[in-house]
Design a protein around this ligand. Sequence first.
Ligand SMILES: Cc1cc2nc3c(=O)[nH]c(=O)nc-3n(C[C@H](O)[C@H](O)[C@H](O)COP(=O)(O)OP(=O)(O)OC[C@H]3O[C@@H](n4cnc5c(N)ncnc54)[C@H](O)[C@@H]3O)c2cc1C
Length: 623
Amino acid sequence: MRLPKYRTEVVREEGIADPDFLALGLGGTNMMAMLWSVAMGRRCVGVEMRGDPGLGVHWNIREDFYHHLGIIDDLMMRQYGEDGIPRRGDGRLFRLAETFYSPKSEAGDIFADELISGLASSLGDEIHISGTIYHAEFIDDRYRNGKPNRSITVLDRPNPPMEPDLTRVGRPTIDVLDGPSMFQAGAIEVLTFLRRYLQAIEKMDMAAGRVPRVRLYTSHRVVSSVGDTNDGFLRWFQHEDGFVRHPDGRLQVLIEEIEEFDLDTRFRRVRRPGTPLIDLGVPKLFVLAQGYDSSDADRLGFQQHDVEIDHHDGRGPVVAQADYLAGFLELHIGGRLRRRIASEFDRKGNEYWVRQIAVGHENDPEVGWLLVQVPDFKTFDPVLAGLVPENTPRKSAEYVAAYKHMLRDFYLDQAALILELPREDLETVQMPYGPKMFSLVERMGTDARVAANGVVAGDTFGNGHFLTSGGAITGMVGHACRVYFYWKDIDAGKPENDAVRTLADAIEEDTLGWLHVSAQEFSQALPINFGQERIAQIEAKSGVDSGARATTIDATRRHRKSLLPLDPSDWRRLTIRAGRLHVPEIPALQETHPDERAGSVVGAASDMGGGDGMPGTKMARNA
Ligand SMILES: Cc1cc2nc3c(=O)[nH]c(=O)nc-3n(C[C@H](O)[C@H](O)[C@H](O)COP(=O)(O)OP(=O)(O)OC[C@H]3O[C@@H](n4cnc5c(N)ncnc54)[C@H](O)[C@@H]3O)c2cc1C
């Protein structure tokens, strides 16, 4: 065993070390895994480096999540009785399922802390965190035979469950995702209420002088080095490793408290001066779920590979990759999930399919999450567009400003199309985030098992396409409940080694399920988050076979070189473009294709597009 040479004190907290379950990273995946574990009577420790949750996206959520919360509530009651369950600030039992959704309370502009603290109920407001999706709309604006064509499908209004179904657990992720999303919720609010529940257990146990069932370290990470400031050989020489591998393959984990600061526009983290290292001992099971890019997983030798998709078009497998612009506008989309697919044309008239998604929240006029796909031919090159002179340095203020202007221009154009709002109206709407370009590349690990006692999970293990609204679901519903089954296996006498193997294989199967449903977001038209059954209805209506694909596929004509991940720290450094709140709900969908409407230059020009039948001005705009 190679123990690190510590120059600092190492402490072991009584009753904390050697936990049953250790969660490294406290996103949705691991907080749900912790909840399942504590509900199964296990002692848990969680380690998170970014403090309270800060993830700014708005999630579409499948129904199974609600049922899982209900099952955890039920297990908690059986395991600990009423006295072992935390209470909200208003004295009521803190139940996870009803905090998330209840037919007896209202959705709206909800902060989890207002609900949990009891403030909302003291004001007479009975509220829950999620909103229900009442309008699921799919617009197919792809050209047919060289002409604009619109086909709209509006799904039946879903029936939210009246109460949790205590039998609905363990469904294959592919089946969970093959169904429409039922709820919408701010990721930050979901993560906050899960965190508050875990914190409340920790607090009540500590107050009672018991060994806490849950212990959270939220400004901490696995010991990684002497600090971010020592670079090069010296740093390598002094490197301390908080993962200590024992001869039997199990890992011992040591953590350090960190201080985070903003240095030259980058967040840096160093060990908090004067603090000891904390030896967490050897957990029975650890799950490492630290998001898309985890240096801890790298350290453990875990590797991901790009996922390739074979479209059976003779070109063989290509990397599953696409570029998007993400942005958050303060406008009223309401309880709606709207998706659109449309044709864009490059200068040569090649057709590309681009997708957009608009996500809102029931009774909350401030939630307008919009993601728009960038076709591969779009370079956002200010010189090509004639916005700055040739040879303008790429880092100059003029170049960057022109580039950003082009991004926003394209984003608002596309936003206007999916929202059916005049472009000039959108110009004045407040925008707290974006548009931010990011590249989506699907990746997956070969084996989730990284130690005799540990696995990786969530986005760290693999990721599919976010348009399936499947990432959090794969982690929080799929991977997390595999931990529940792990404990059931252990209770049933399965050897630990076999139980971890089963867990790792199940994690891989879940992610493969997500990748499977993601494949069609790269080439085919129809959105999986409406469910296979509905896809058949849409196909029947639009007359376009879901197996059909654009003449060009993403990733084959790539001009933009760099791959930009969506940095989780972005949510902590928002740049707000001030403007008004767009209060009226977005208008009803029109029957006509945008290019056919009066005043549309594209529509007017489409007949002049020459022998190829492609819309001339649209091509010009797409420089
Ligand atoms: C724009 C967008 C829209 C999306 N929409 C949806 C949707 O509608 N529905 C859906 O299901 N999914 C959606 N997703 C995907 C979803 O957000 C992710 O799949 C999900 O957050 C992954 O959860 P996770 O727990 O695996 O990782 P994360 O949420 O990334 O959490 C990882 C945690 O680990 C912490 N961490 C990282 N490194 C360390 C370290 N070294 N030490 C300690 N802690 C660490 C991080 O601070 C973070 O708290 C969307 C994603 C994006 C980008």
